[in-house]
Design a protein around this ligand. Structure first.
Ligand code: NAD
Length: 302
């Protein structure tokens, strides 16, 4: 395997801080970049807090935390962050145009041997790779949220991704104590192709009055042994993100079965995006969570 030591993580939001955390934890030199210095500051605070959680669970020690934090440097300039990278993991906003631009820049900035990975949930790796002159070195490295906790990395081979590059990324994922799964580049890959129709169907069941929010989630938790019901999970992922991924599936396959439920569309229009806006299928206040008043009222009326 190609030796990977220096890793540039581009984007320091929800996923970027988790990805920087695990790379630093397992000994890589991390250059974390974001356009926003506030996002970088917040990311460092989140990483520190998440290490404290791991310390409380005896998963890491305080000196290991300090050593990991010392391996993370922050940047607001892409060139500074990426110019010496062996591996870049792009974790910016889910927007095909922005990712295309970043990959075109990375192709110019990075050493010839560098592998360019994207953490995209749904954008075609083949499309992203087409912005570069090294499509065989472009790959999907799809971590799950929260990154320090979740074991899966979906490794997505674009149309041109080479086998050695895929093997290197599988090894890198294992070195982070994750379980990589190799999949081909089709809309939604495997994770979201299977998950999002289930979430959409749960929203349809609510929309059609088959059952209430808690009832639907309880059926899936207790009946199917899911740790979280699909409506709570949708709130956690973000309803805008769920809608965007369903649209990728809908357009990618040209099949109406993936069209986002009108209730989901309306909730996103209204800005009820789930946990991040404090309100979705549930309402969130601090650590408290209760069924959103709108759906609680609907349940009472029946
Ligand atoms: P986020 O909005 O929390 O963070 C995105 C960050 O990217 C922001 O800090 C923003 O300032 C930064 N950014 C935007 N444009 C940039 C640019 N040109 N250069 C550098 N930084 C830039 O988003 P997120 O939830 O962390 O998602 C990031 C990626 O990870 C997306 O592709 C998303 O689909 C994917 N993903 C998200 C989840 C999830 O549960 N949130 C799970 C798996 C994959």
């Amino acid at each position: 395997m190609e030796k990977i030591d220096k890793v540039a993580v581009i984007g320091a939001g929800t996923m970027g801080n988790g990805i920087a955390h695990v790379f630093a934890q397992f000994g890589y030199q991390v250059r974390l970049m974001d356009l926003s210095s506030q996002a970088l500051q917040k990311a460092l605070e989140t990483i520190s807090k998440n290490f404290d959680r791991q310390i409380a669970k005896n998963l890491v020690t305080e000196p290991e935390k300090q050593a990991a934090l010392a391996r993370i440097q922050t940047y607001t300039q892409l060139e500074e962050a990426a110019k010496e990278a062996d591996l870049v993991v792009e974790v910016v906003t889910e927007n095909a145009e922005i990712k295309h631009q970043i990959f075109a820049q990375l192709d110019k900035i990075c050493p010839a041997h560098a592998i360019l990975a994207s953490n995209t949930s749904s954008i075609s790796i083949t499309h992203i790779a087409a912005a570069t002159r090294r499509p065989e070195q472009v790959i999907g490295m799809h971590f799950m949220n929260p990154v320090p906790v979740m074991k899966l990395v979906e490794v997505i081979r674009g149309y041109a991704t080479s086998k050695p590059v895929t093997q290197t990324i599988m090894e890198v994922a294992r070195s982070l104590q994750k379980t990589p799964v190799e999949v081909n580049d089709y809309p939604g890959f495997v994770s979201n192709r299977v998950l999002m129709p289930m979430i959409n169907e749960a929203i349809y069941a609510l929309f059609e009055g088959v059952a209430g929010v808690e009832e639907i989630d309880t059926v899936m938790k207790l009946g199917m042994a899911h740790p979280m019901g699909p409506l709570q999970l949708a709130d956690f992922i973000g309803l805008d993100v769920c809608k965007a991924i369903l649209e990728v599936l809908y357009e990618g396959f040209g099949n109406p079965k993936y069209a986002p439920c009108p209730l989901l569309v309306n909730m996103v229009r209204a800005g009820h995006l789930g946990v991040k806006s404090g309100r979705g299928f549930y309402e969130y206040q601090g650590k408290e969570m209760k069924v959103a008043s709108r759906f609680a009222l609907l349940a009472e009326r029946k």
